[in-house]
Design a protein around this ligand. Structure first.
Ligand code: HEC
Length: 221
């Protein structure tokens, strides 16, 4: 073999190598794996059942005692936080529909109830009212609490920020929703707390309150 022949062989090998390299780069550019915005699985701490071992309930944040926390909440701080919401929501009494439904008087309002706003199926299907608890859970991570919601907002992780925001939302209404009476300490179970606990909005959401108060061993939630 003369050197000319060797040149041809080396050229062919190099050419093939370059060809394969180019094909790979192009293929990767075309078929670049799309990473989902949310991973397929979420490991949010350890999922622990309650003491009884009920597997149905995932690890849930304890609900604040609204009667206690709302009295101390910083609504001015909450108002500052609400500027994040105003990108999509009108919070004024004009109740204008923007990307999202107006939020004036949202506390205790039935879910998905603004006429003329096109809610997601997920939001309509959820039902119930925007109680303090519901807002607290939703605003932590809207997409996690109501999968399929159109509200593309990451959420507010700090409980304190959410409480302040909810205190502001409560005050931002013609008639602010009532603040429930602070829960009695678990040990002191008064004989009759029905009158204090049974506001209309609460009655639907927490039918167990009165019973739970009578049994010292159980908690409401
Ligand atoms: C990126 C836009 C966007 C931002 C930011 C946003 N929202 Fe929303 N929000 C929406 C949309 C869209 C909906 C309707 C959701 C659906 O139908 O699933 C909604 C729905 C809601 C609802 C349900 C209202 C009803 O009538 O049932 C509440 C409550 C709410 N948002 C509160 C907030 C608060 C509080 C903030 C700020 C912390 C916020 N949102 C930030 C877009 C947004």
């Amino acid at each position: 073999m003369d050197s000319f022949e060797w040149n041809k062989i080396i050229g062919a090998v190099l050419g093939t190598a370059i060809f394969i390299f180019v094909v790979r780069v192009v293929a990767e550019a075309i078929y670049e794996p799309e990473r989902p915005a949310k991973p397929g699985y979420v490991v949010e701490g350890v999922v622990e059942g309650p003491a009884g071992g009920g597997a149905a309930a995932p690890a849930e944040e304890a609900m604040p005692d609204w009667g206690t926390v709302l009295a101390k909440a910083d609504a001015a701080q909450g108002k500052a936080t609400s500027s994040k919401c105003e990108a999509c929501h009108d919070i004024s009494s004009a109740k204008t529909i923007k990307i999202g439904p107006p939020l004036y008087g949202v506390v205790d309002r039935p879910r998905a109830s603004i006429a003329g706003f096109s809610y997601s199926g997920a939001m309509k299907a959820k039902g119930g009212n925007w109680t303090y608890d519901e807002l607290f859970k939703f605003l932590k991570s809207p997409g996690a609490y109501i999968p399929g919601t159109k509200m593309s907002f990451a959420g507010i992780s700090r409980a304190e920020d959410r409480i302040n925001l909810i205190a502001f939302l409560r005050s931002n209404a013609d008639a602010p929703a009532p603040i429930p009476a602070p829960k009695p300490a678990a040990a002191a179970a008064p004989a009759d707390t029905k009158a204090a606990a049974a506001t209309p909005a609460e009655a639907g959401a927490k039918p167990a309150t009165a019973d739970a108060a009578k049994k010292p061993g159980t908690t409401g939630n």
